[in-house]
Design a protein around this ligand. Structure first.
Ligand code: GAP
Length: 532
């Protein structure tokens, strides 16, 4: 199962690179962990996704307006929000290979560890997580594979001491021994049992890990010519705080009354300890966030409204509801200021993980900013004469995570006939037409008899109408179709011999492969209609 998932992610990443969806940042210099670039198809996909969000949560509503705030803000913002004091993850460092890891990600890293997989083959699982093994086999592994795969592991550095601790613990030297995998690994990773107690090994090299310490995730920089403590500033780790800081400005410059929302799409930065799973956990990413302000007595109602509306939004964009889950947080999972929170999660090939969180943040943020800035954050209701600090409902999504979910969902391999009628494996990206990077591709069947001119006119008309379009006259038409299938283009229009006699063209549907024959001058209207 894990292997199939890895294979699927490998195939998807290869397609994304081959076809220009996603590239490694600064690839010609070896890349940089946690940073990604979107290529010509990827940038269209992401733009369509952001446009769909903006249309649906801002333009089609009366009660939400947009905002675009700066990335670097006065550092006091981060004191007030609590990010300077508390926005950190527990980090451990391997004393041998010097790699840093999130302490709460160790279990997931063990599942992927090469040396643990190899060592596991020396024993065998007998039940649940119980493993049975022999000391001689472990010693042999330590001398051979272990030296290469886990040079930091106590068993490899000092096999006799480590195995004697194990024998003492089990008192069964020479016979097969059974224990839980966790205990087994800890014994093999511990050299000085009496001094240190059992130790957890490094998933990369088997070495010793430091005790966890808190690591602040904010990127630091300096503003102005001086690099000293007075000029320290931070790249924002969320777009939300820019909205809270402008809440008064928006109220004062619009006719909005409670309840209302402010929406923003923009880059955020977090110095993640372990960026992983392709673009899922990056150090630079885009968020799409709404802060919806309301009377405290209506907060529960609006929380439920936004939670359900945001879940439905993803389903409508083509993420299957069987793979999309709404997970309500348990009371003990909630941040101290939150009254309720739910995650919208998607079943990625590497596991089920969060796309968006919807939280009832109470009046925490505005109260903090009122306290730290000294500015009044209360709202006065002219009708009820009620003055209060509003509660905030926050649907906070990641653009890159949603794009990754859409890529995973779209990736399909099916069997389709080639030009000679032979069934072949075809790779296609089944994007919702609203999100597809290219909406229509236009081909002349051959480069003669006036076909290119007709095809080019159709292409130019689609382009002028604002549809992302593609013209291709190179190579066999079957190969041109396959290239568009991989790009996720929902419609391919072909000008052929019949066009010359009756002015009709074929429109091929990416998913069903059905070809409709329609009038050449109706192509634009046909495609626009199918995109609705
Ligand atoms: N203002 C609330 C907030 O920022 P969050 O759960 O930390 O909440 C919201 O982040 C969303 O931002 C997440 O659901 C996720 O989609 C996205 N996100 C957070 N960290 C990310 C990262 N390192 N890489 C990519 N996306 C990330």
């Amino acid at each position: 199962m894990a292997q199939e998932s890895n294979e699927l992610m490998d195939k998807l990443a290869a397609l994304c690179k081959r076809r220009g969806f996603i590239f490694q940042s600064s690839e010609i210099y070896g890349g940089i962990g946690g940073f990604w670039d979107y290529g010509p198809l990827g940038v269209e996909l992401k733009r369509n996704l952001k446009d769909a969000w903006w249309q649906d949560v801002v333009r089609r509503r009366d009660d939400v307006v947009g905002l675009d705030c700066s990335i670097i803000m006065n550092p006091k913002v981060w004191e007030a929000s609590g990010h300077l004091g508390g926005f950190s993850d527990p980090m451990v460092t391997c004393r041998q290979c010097k790699k840093h890891m999130r302490a709460d990600h160790l279990q997931a890293l063990y599942l992927e560890s090469e040396w643990i997989k190899s060592l596991g083959e020396e024993g065998h699982l007998i039940e649940g997580d119980l493993i049975e093994f022999r000391s001689e086999e472990l010693a042999r592994w330590a001398h051979r594979k272990g030296k290469k795969l886990a040079p930091g592991l106590a068993l490899v550095r000092n096999p006799s001491v480590t195995l004697s601790w194990l024998a003492e613990r089990t008192e069964k030297e020479g016979k097969p021994v059974t224990m839980s995998i966790g205990d087994w690994l800890a014994y093999l990773a511990t050299e000085q049992l009496a001094q240190t107690g059992l130790q957890a090994p490094c998933p990369h090299c088997g070495g010793d890990l430091t005790p966890p310490r808190q690591f602040n995730l904010m990127f630091k920089t300096f503003v102005g010519a001086m690099e000293d403590s007075s000029s320290v500033a931070y790249l924002r780790p969320e777009t939300a705080q820019g909205i809270f800081c402008n809440y008064r400005n928006v109220l004062d410059t619009t006719r909005l009354r409670m309840p209302f929302g402010i929406a923003q799409i923009g880059k955020s930065f977090r110095n993640e300890i372990n960026p992983r799973n392709y673009t899922f956990r990056s150090r630079e990413f885009e968020q799409m966030e709404i802060e919806f302000f309301c009377h405290p007595s209506e907060a529960d109602k609006w929380y439920e409204y936004w939670r359900d509306a945001r879940y439905k939004w993803y389903v409508d964009l083509g993420l299957k509801s069987s793979k999309l889950h709404l997970r309500n947080h348990e009371k003990d999972e909630l941040a101290h200021y939150a009254r309720a929170c739910a995650d919208i999660e998607y079943e990625f090939p590497f596991g089920t993980s969060e796309l968006e969180g919807v939280a009832n943040r109470t009046d925490y943020d505005l109260t903090q900013h009122q306290k730290f800035s000294g500015k009044d954050m209360t709202y006065f209701d002219d009708q009820t004469k009620d003055r209060y600090i509003p509660y905030v409902i926050e649907p906070s999504g990641g653009v890159d995570r949603a794009a990754l979910a859409l890529l995973c969902e779209a990736y399909t391999e099916d069997q389709a006939p080639d030009e000679n009628g032979q069934m072949q494996t075809r790779t296609l990206m089944r994007f919702h037409p609203r999100l597809a990077p290219v909406k229509v591709a236009v081909f002349p069947l051959v480069k003669k008899e006036g076909m290119p001119e007709i095809a080019e006119k159709i292409y130019r008309d689609c382009q002028a109408a604002g549809l992302s379009s593609f013209y291709d006259e190179k190579g066999a038409v079957g190969r041109r179709y396959r290239r568009q299938d991989e790009a996720g283009t929902p419609f391919c229009v072909t000008v052929d011999g019949q066009t010359l006699t009756d002015q009709t063209v074929t429109v091929r549907d990416r998913d069903s492969l059905v070809q409709d024959r329609i009038a050449a001058d109706k192509v634009l209207a046909y495609v626009q209609d199918r995109l609705k």
